[in-house]
Ligand binder design. Sequence first.
Ligand code: HEC
Ligand code: HEC
Length: 197
Amino acid sequence: MKHKSVLATAMIAGCLVWTANAQAETPSAKMLAYTCAGCHGTNGASHGPATPTISGNSIDYFVEAMEAYKSGERPSTIMGRIAKGYSKEEFELMAAFFAQQKFVPAKQKADRKLASKGKAIHKKSCEKCHEDGGSSSEDDAGILAGQWTPYLQYSLEDFLDGSRPMPKKMKKKLLKAHKKYGDKGIQALLNYYAGQN
Ligand code: HEC
Ligand code: HEC
């Protein structure tokens, strides 16, 4: 009898220690990233077209995006609700995980003539912060080259109608380009980014 109760006590104690450990352990970045895969694809390479690829971005860009969704500063259809479920530490873990995954450009068609016009606009107005034709993440500005076109189009519409905040200098350049080249200019830019795959 005595043995049994000692064993039982040991087992209960063991269980308690195990539960305490499980609770103390923060979820791994990979575990967190699994919940995103249903929409953003395995390791962040989205099958699109309105859901962006989220691999390869800088950590700062990613964390800021999630915080802006959480606060409602950045408009969204879905991400606001999702971001509310996580802490800043969890954003940082996810950001580090996705930053290590390769950005996979979406396979999309592009109009060559429009793309070359877009390239010229990009060089003049956007390249300074979206380097290497918009494929670099170095400036914490988000990757444009090879990103899904419908997603980029919604993003640009949100910037242009003022519902998504953007850096002052980008605002100046984007509004100026839009004024000069019109919606055709935006289409040209989109074709330029789509053509880089
Ligand atoms: C139900 C589908 C869905 C799920 C699940 C989801 N997302 Fe999203 N995500 C979207 C959509 C759609 C957008 C575009 C913004 C919007 O409309 O909400 C987006 C946008 C984003 C962006 C912005 C990318 C950029 O280039 O600025 C980030 C970052 C992001 N999601 C991260 C995550 C993370 C991290 C998770 C998992 C915790 C996640 N998402 C889960 C659908 C989803
Ligand atoms: C002064 C630097 C700067 C310039 C110039 C600039 N951008 Fe940006 N861009 C940024 C930064 C920083 C962000 C991230 C903003 C944010 O979401 O808070 C951004 C974000 C974006 C996004 C959103 C990416 C995503 O994944 O959601 C698009 C699209 C974009 N820029 C397009 C352009 C275009 C087109 C031009 C030229 C007409 C341009 N930008 C010029 C700095 C710049």
